[in-house]
Design a protein around this ligand. Structure first.
Ligand code: ATP
Ligand code: MG
Length: 330
């Protein structure tokens, strides 16, 4: 079976709707037909200021949400990044073939370092995409199911794989991003031109998978809409309404066109109401299952340890080959 790899950062106590739509819902479908490898990328999560105690809890919670959303640890390899040292080891080697200018062009670093200025940002945040390349290349993944915001990082991964292969001999499979065609990006409810992010500074525009129903409903009812009253999809003129239509369309499995027809002559409140309903229908079972899994952390840790064992086997094979190719004496 072809290999897929993907991961999420345990950077919050809950995943957000964009993670669910852009990534997780693809993963659960793909695990049937692929050799699927899913990682909680905790080493990426320490590239910004963080709380160590909280990180442990968030790491378990992230893994629990994968399973709650439908990732089956018996079918897929599910593990914690730091349990597989080869990620850091390969990242170092890849750092040495990454151009400084090339890394400087990554827009996520620009976005994430904007808050406190690049001087305050860590070098780890700067080389984040190189660690991500290592994550993917270690498993010889052909396909990387991610949201639109990760396109540039997968592109860098391809460049690094090709460069390594041509300098040191064929070693890596060159992976391809798989990005959902219709809904690749969910936007913040309060700032509908910025992507929804679990580590957003303000939570008012963030739909968290684990939030209670009433909290999420309130946020949706207060979502920023646009001037006028018309409900139609128009990203440029009506980003707020378009984002709500997107969410309703993908979770309700209906075309945007049929929604535009249905909501003709109706107010924004009707649209928001419908969005709140479908979001609750989708997230309620995930929430319930996550709480069940979190009630037995020992069992969860056992599943993750088993996943790490499998992941270490695959990753070390690739790492051995890489060390040999670059002349690092074993
Ligand atoms: P952070 O703010 O810590 O970066 P995040 O919400 O961006 O968190 P990540 O862990 O960086 O989440 O990414 C996990 C996956 O979710 C990636 O595949 C990413 O492409 C996808 N993703 C993140 N945000 C969105 C979004 N708004 N719409 C669609 N997909 C998204
Ligand atoms: Mg992100």
């Amino acid at each position: 079976k072809p290999v897929i790899f993907s991961g999420m950062q345990p950077s919050s106590d809950s995943l957000q709707l964009g993670n669910f739509i852009g990534a997780l819902s693809q993963w659960t479908k793909m695990q049937e037909d692929y050799d699927a490898i899913f990682c909680v990328v905790n080493m990426h999560a320490i590239t910004v200021p963080q709380d160590p105690q909280g990180l442990v809890e968030r790491t378990r919670r992230t893994a629990a949400q994968y399973i709650a959303a439908g990732i089956d640890p018996a079918k897929s390899t599910l593990f914690i990044q730091s349990h597989v040292p080869a990620h850091a080891q390969l990242a170092w080697v890849l750092n040495t073939i990454t151009g400084f200018g090339e890394a400087s062009r990554m827009t996520q670093f620009k976005d994430k370092s904007q808050k406190n200025g690049t001087d305050a940002a860590s070098v780890g945040l700067f080389t984040y995409p190189v660690l991500m390349a290592a994550d993917i290349l270690l498993y010889q993944a052909e396909t990387v199911p991610v949201g639109e915001d990760q396109r540039q990082h997968v592109e860098l991964t391809r460049d690094l794989a090709n460069r390594f292969n041509s300098r040191f001999g064929d070693t890596f499979v060159v992976p391809e991003a798989q990005i959902p065609k219709t809904v690749a990006k969910i936007y913040d409810l309060q700032n509908p031109t910025a992507k929804m992010s679990k580590s957003a500074e303000t939570e008012a525009g963030l739909i968290k998978v684990l939030d209670p129903a009433n909290v999420t409903k309130k946020k949706i009812m207060r979502a920023v809409t646009d001037d006028g009253t018309e409900i139609r999809f128009d990203r440029a003129e009506k980003p707020g309404v378009s984002n709500l239509l997107t969410i309703l369309s993908v979770l309700g499995e209906r075309s945007v066109a049929s929604l535009e027809t249905e909501f003709t002559g109706k107010g924004y409140g009707h649209l928001k109401q419908a969005v709140a309903e479908v979001v609750e229908e989708t997230l309620a079972p995930v929430r319930a299952r996550t709480e069940e899994l979190m009630a037995d952390p020992a069992e969860l840790d056992r599943l993750l340890a088993r996943g790490a064992e499998r992941a270490n086997d695959i990753a070390n094979r690739t790492l051995d080959l890489v060390y040999e190719r670059v002349g690092l004496m074993r």
